[in-house]
Design a protein around this ligand. Sequence first.
Ligand code: GYE
Length: 349
Amino acid sequence: MYFRGKALFWLPLCLLIVLFGCESNHPDSAPAGVARGEYDRDEGSPDSSDESIAPQRPIVLGFSQLGTESDWRNANSLSVKEAAKEAGIELLFENAEQSQEKQFEAIRGFIDKKVDLIAVAPVVQSGWDDILKEAQLAGIPVIIVDRAVDILDASQYVTLIGSDFYEEGRKAGKYLLDKMANSPGPVGIVELKGTAGSTPSIDRGRGFHDTIGEQSKFRVLKSEYVDFTHERGREVMRSLLQELGEEIQVLYSHNDDMALGAIEAIEEYGLRPGKDMIIISVDGTRKALEKMVQGKINCVVECNPLLGPNLMQAVNELMEGRTLPKRIVTPETVFTEVTAEREVHNRKY
Ligand code: GYE
């Protein structure tokens, strides 16, 4: 009787221990807590359909940013950081200071840490096949941000979030066609291009040249690769003025920082930017619009750096198993002398 009575007491207890003991070793059980740094995705997060398990750990996103060369870039970085914080996404942020090799190192570091996703703002288009293959083999999805990559296998990234730089170049060209509609020509143009091999430099150039090429009166006297920085914009414009002087009637700059540096060189030379020389730029920073209000820049084509919210939405949708379009284009406009006064106070960067 004793044994049977006891058995009636101990047997259910043993069954409970066996059951919960197995349960705690179940591969889908919530990990005690994801250690900072080593994000072992193999333990995975608990099955989201089972509400009884501890809340899931934050999504971990590795972001390789290309540099800090311009106000646009700094606004882009801030937008990504703020959006990640807002979305509760753990952001590992690596700044490559214009070095593609450092971007490769950062991506390998993200792979070693087994992050959930990787985002890259590629400094130049070429050279990405091998590193994206490494991420693909590691089973980590990659999102391209801002500039594009030129690779053989497009399955190595999920989507590209950024501007249509070719259209930006066309908008700059169309402004000039309208501005010079009544000029018989010839119209001498100099072009300050961005980083050689980068998507904005390639496509803003193509869009502009395709548009003005329709009229023979436009002559591109010089087209120089610069690096999107204020300092180099000033230096290169100084040398162009020494070489060409007042033959230059138009400056087309691929970003505001180079245009602002060039304006300093133009004024040093004794000319009035925006009057003696038409100034066309791209980005739409507050500093550029302030110069436009002063009459020193005639046209700024907007390029939106605030890609953070778009990126975090894409990250969340991807983690929920949803499919994304291969291309997510940011809406943009054109600022002219007419709209500058109204817009300058709206600029967040
Ligand atoms: O125009 C420039 C930045 O990739 C669109 O890079 C971006 C460009 C932007 O340095 O200011």
